[in-house]
Design a protein around this ligand. Structure first.
Ligand code: MN
Length: 729
C-alpha cells in the first residue's frame, strides 16, 4: 500500500533530478487533476489509483522525455477510466498533451492478446501505426512496465495473459527502440509469470553461486582495470550477471542444462572515444584467450536500433568464458535508453520528431529493417511512419495488414478470393458499412458472403486499394470471360463439325475422347472450346484434327472387328461437294466467299483462306493478299481449293480497270461493247486522271476466264483505250 501524498512528493523530487528543465508547475497541476479525477479508485493492492500514473510519469522522466510526455503520463488513464474528456484535457493542458493521452487510450482499447506467432509482427506494426507519435509508445511501454512491476496482485489468468502480451509486443518494441534496460526488465518479469518453475530454477542457481560469481567478476574486473591503467587508458569496467530471460533462452535454444551455460557473466568497458574502444579490445585479447567466431564490431556496423559496441568472448584463467562489451559513454546511453537517449543526451530531436532525416531514422529503427529498399526509402520520407498501411482485425482477432485507404473489398480479398467473390455485405465494428467505406487502424471487420452472389462488380476495381484485390477481381472477370469463350468456341466448333459430317456426340464416348484430346493437345474439350472462342485455334484446324483422329480410330476398329460390324463413328467420306463451284480440300460444305480484292473466276488458279467465322475466302493465286500465304503466322489458315467441274454454270462477279484517252462518249462506248457481249454490268464508274486520261472501273458478271478474256479483248479494241486489266490485290 502506498500513500498518495508521499508518492507525489517523491515523484516531484525525482523529476526535478531527472529532468532539470521540466515545467514543475504544469506537472503539479497535472498530478492534482489526475488525483481528483481518479479519486476513490483503488489499485489491486489497495493503493490509491493515482500512484500508478505517478510511477509511469517517473519512468517517463527517467528515460528523459519532455514535460508534455510527463504530463500525459500522469493523465494517461483519465480519458479511459474517469469522467475526463479529450476536450477537458486539451483545455486544461494543451492540445498536444490531449493527443498523447488519446493516443495511449486508443492503444489501451485494442486487445493484442493472440496466440499466433506469425501475427506478432503485424500486431507490433499496428501498435506503432496507431500510436502515430513515438512518445505515445514510450508512455505505453512505461505504463506496461509499471503494471508488470505490480502484477503480483492480479489473478493468475491475468498475469499469464499480460505477461504473454508483454513478451510478444512490449519487449520486442522496447528492443526496437533500443531500450535494453526496459526490455530486460519486461522479459524477466514476464518469464516469472509465464514459467515460474524455470524462472525460479535460474534465480536460485544464481543465488547459490552469488559469492563465486562476485569473486570471479571482481577478479576479472581488476585484471582489466590494472592493465588499462598501466597503459593510461581512462575506462570504467563493470561486471554483471546476464539477465534471467537471456540465460533461459540460451538453455532452451541450445538445449542445455544450467550447468552447461558457462558464460553467465558479462563485462562492460566504457571509454572516452572510439579509438580507445579498439585499444581496449587489443588489451582484452592479449590478456585472455579468444573464443573464435564471437567477435562482433557493432561500432562500424551499428544494429538497426542504433546499438553500437564491440563484442568479444574470451576465456579466463579459470577456463570460464565471458563476454566483454566495449563502447563509449554515448553508445552506452543509446544502449540503455535507446531512442529516448536522444531526448535525454542529444540535441536536435524535438518532441514531435520533426525533420525527415530523423523520421527515416526512427522508421528504420521501428521496422528493424537493416537494408531498406531505396525506393521505399524515398517514399517513406514523404509519408508518416506507417501512414501507407492500415491494420484491421478479423472477428477472430487476426490482424490483416492492408494499404492505407483500403475498403471492405480489400479486406475480403485479403482473407480469400472466394470471400471477395461472394461478399454481399460488410460490417465494421458491428455496423453495416458501404463497400467503399475506408478502414481505420484497429477496426474489427466482418464480411458476409452468399453463394448466390453474382460476384464482384467492375466498379470494385476502382474502389479497392490493394493490388491483391485488384488482381483477384481481374482474374474473376477473366475466368467469367472464359466461360463465354467456351460457349462461343463450342458453338463454332460444333457447327463446323456438322458441316464436316460428324455428329458432336461421336467425340464424347470414353474410348474416343482421350485420343481426340491428345490429338488436339488440350486437357478437356472446354479448354479447346475456350481456345477457339479466344481465337487461339481455328475451328477448321480443330475439326480437321478431330476428323483425322476419328478416321484413324475408325480404321483401327474396322481392322479389329473385321467386316462384321463396321463402326459408324464417321460418315464415309463422300465425293466432295462443292459450294459456288469451289472444292475446298478436306472440307465439305463450307461457306465460300470470293475475295473482293482479286475477284477470281473459274479458270483462275485459286487458293483459299480460312477466315474467322466467314468460312473460306477464295483468292487468285497471284493476288497480293494471297502472297501472305507465306507468312508463317498464317500458313495454317491457307487451304488448297480448286474449281469444280461444273463451275461456270453460274456467273461470277469480277472487276476490270480500263485506262483510256478521255473523250466524249467513252463511257457509252464501253457500256455498248459490254451489252453486245451480253455480259451483265453491276458497276461502272470513271474519273479523269493526269494528262487527259480517264480511268474506268468496271464490275461485270462472267461464267469463266474464257468469257472474261473475250470481254477484255473487245474493250481493248475501243478507240482510245490503252489497257484493260484485272484488278488484283
Ligand atoms: Mn495505466
Amino acid at each position: 500500500m502506498e500513500n498518495a501524498a508521499v508518492c507525489i512528493n517523491v515523484m516531484m523530487e525525482n523529476i526535478r533530478k531527472n529532468s532539470p528543465s521540466a515545467d514543475m508547475e504544469r506537472i503539479r497541476k497535472a498530478v492534482e487533476y489526475a488525483d481528483a479525477m481518479h479519486n476513490g479508485q483503488l489499485r489491486k493492492d489497495g493503493s490509491p489509483y493515482i500512484t500508478h500514473p505517478i510511477h509511469v510519469a517517473e519512468i517517463i522522466s527517467e528515460i528523459g522525455l519532455d514535460t508534455d510526455s510527463i504530463v500525459a503520463a500522469l493523465l494517461h488513464d483519465c480519458i479511459e477510466d474517469t469522467a475526463s474528456t479529450f476536450d477537458d484535457v486539451a483545455k486544461l493542458f494543451s492540445r498536444p498533451v490531449a493527443e498523447l493521452v488519446e493516443g495511449v487510450t486508443k492503444l489501451t482499447r485494442v486487445n493484442y492478446t493472440s496466440q499466433e506467432e506469425e501475427q506478432m509482427e503485424n500486431l507490433r506494426k499496428m501498435f506503432m501505426a496507431m500510436a502515430k507519435d513515438i512518445r505515445v509508445i514510450l508512455i505505453k511501454i512505461a505504463d506496461r512496465l509499471h503494471n508488470m512491476r505490480t502484477m503480483d496482485y492480479q489473478s493468475e489468468v491475468k498475469q499469464k495473459e499480460k505477461s504473454l502480451e508483454t513478451m510478444e509486443i512490449y519487449a520486442p518494441l522496447a528492443h526496437r527502440l533500443g531500450m535494453q534496460k526496459i526490455k530486460w526488465e519486461l522479459e524477466d518479469r514476464s518469464l516469472m509469470y509465464l514459467d515460474p518453475i524455470g524462472y525460479k530454477e535460474i534465480t536460485e542457481y544464481l543465488q547459490d553461486r552469488k559469492q563465486t560469481h562476485e569473486q570471479f567478476m571482481a577478479n576479472i574486473q581488476s585484471i582489466i582495470g590494472q592493465r588499462l591503467a598501466e597503459y593510461g587508458i581512462q575506462a570504467q569496467v563493470y561486471g554483471r550477471i546476464k539477465h534471467i530471460y537471456s540465460i533461459y533462452r540460451k538453455m532452451y535454444s541450445q538445449n542445455k542444462g544450467l550447468d552447461e551455460v558457462y558464460d553467465l557473466c558479462a563485462f562492460r568497458v566504457i571509454v572516452d572515444d572510439i579509438p580507445n574502444c579498439y585499444n581496449v579490445l587489443g588489451h582484452i585479447h592479449d590478456l585472455f584467450r579468444l573464443v573464435p567466431g564471437r567477435f562482433k564490431d557493432y561500432i562500424s556496423t551499428p544494429k538497426p536500433n542504433m546499438y553500437q559496441s564491440l563484442h568479444t568472448t574470451v576465456i579466463g584463467n579459470e577456463g570460464i568464458p565471458f563476454e566483454v562489451q566495449i563502447r563509449t559513454q554515448d553508445m552506452h546511453n543509446t544502449a540503455e535508453y535507446g531512442i529516448a537517449a536522444h531526448w535525454k543526451y542529444k540535441e536536435g530531436i524535438s518532441g514531435n520528431l520533426g525533420g525527415e532525416e530523423k523520421l527515416e531514422w526512427i522508421r528504420r529503427l521501428l521496422e528493424g529493417q537493416e537494408d531498406a529498399d531505396p525506393e521505399d526509402y524515398i517514399h517513406s520520407l514523404k509519408v508518416d511512419m506507417f501512414d501507407d498501411e492500415v491494420f484491421v482485425f478479423t472477428p477472430r482477432g487476426e490482424v490483416i495488414n492492408l494499404p492505407n485507404g483500403s475498403t471492405p473489398i480489400d479486406f475480403a480479398y485479403a482473407i480469400h478470393s472466394e470471400v471477395g467473390n461472394h461478399m454481399i455485405s460488410a460490417n465494421v465494428n458491428n455496423r453495416i458499412v458501404p463497400f467503399d467505406h475506408v478502414l481505420q487502424n484497429g477496426d474489427i471487420v466482418e464480411v458476409t458472403t452468399s453463394k448466390s452472389s453474382k460476384g464482384p462488380s467492375r466498379d470494385w476495381q476502382k474502389i479497392c486499394k490493394s493490388n491483391q484485390a485488384k488482381n483477384k477481381i481481374k482474374q474473376w472477370f477473366k475466368r467469367e470471360k472464359r466461360e463465354e469463350n467456351v460457349a462461343q468456341g463450342k458453338a463454332a466448333f460444333e457447327a463446323e463439325l456438322k458441316r464436316a459430317g460428324i455428329a458432336p456426340a461421336s467425340l464424347t464416348s470414353d474410348d474416343v475422347l482421350p485420343h481426340i484430346l491428345k490429338k488436339v493437345s488440350f486437357g478437356s474439350l472446354d479448354d479447346m472450346y475456350a481456345a477457339i472462342g479466344y481465337g487461339g485455334l481455328t475451328t477448321m484446324k480443330a475439326v480437321n484434327r478431330v476428323r483425322d483422329e476419328l478416321i484413324r480410330i475408325n480404321k483401327l476398329q474396322q481392322a479389329k472387328e473385321g467386316e462384321k460390324a463396321p463402326a459408324k463413328l464417321i460418315s464415309q467420306p463422300k465425293k466432295a461437294k462443292n459450294e459456288k463451284g469451289i472444292i475446298v480440300e478436306g472440307l465439305d460444305n463450307c461457306l465460300i466467299k470470293f475475295a473482293r480484292c482479286c475477284t477470281p473466276v473459274p479458270g483462275d488458279p485459286v487458293v483459299g483462306f480460312i477466315t474467322r467465322g466467314y468460312g473460306v475466302s477464295v483468292h487468285r493465286q497471284d493476288c497480293a493478299n494471297a502472297i501472305e500465304a507465306n507468312d508463317p503466322e498464317k500458313t495454317d489458315r491457307w487451304v488448297n481449293v480448286s474449281w469444280a467441274e461444273d463451275a461456270g454454270k453460274e456467273s461470277f462477279t469480277t472487276s476490270l480497270e480500263i485506262v483510256a484517252q478521255d473523250r466524249s462518249n467513252l463511257i457509252l462506248d464501253v457500256a455498248t461493247a459490254i451489252a453486245t457481249l451480253k455480259v451483265k454490268t453491276t458497276e461502272i464508274s470513271a474519273k479523269s486522271i493526269a494528262g487527259g486520261g480517264a480511268l474506268i472501273h468496271l464490275s461485270i458478271e462472267v461464267k469463266n476466264l474464257e468469257e472474261l478474256r473475250s470481254v477484255q479483248n473487245q474493250l481493248a479494241n475501243i478507240k482510245g483505250v490503252s489497257s484493260v486489266k484485272r484488278i488484283r490485290g
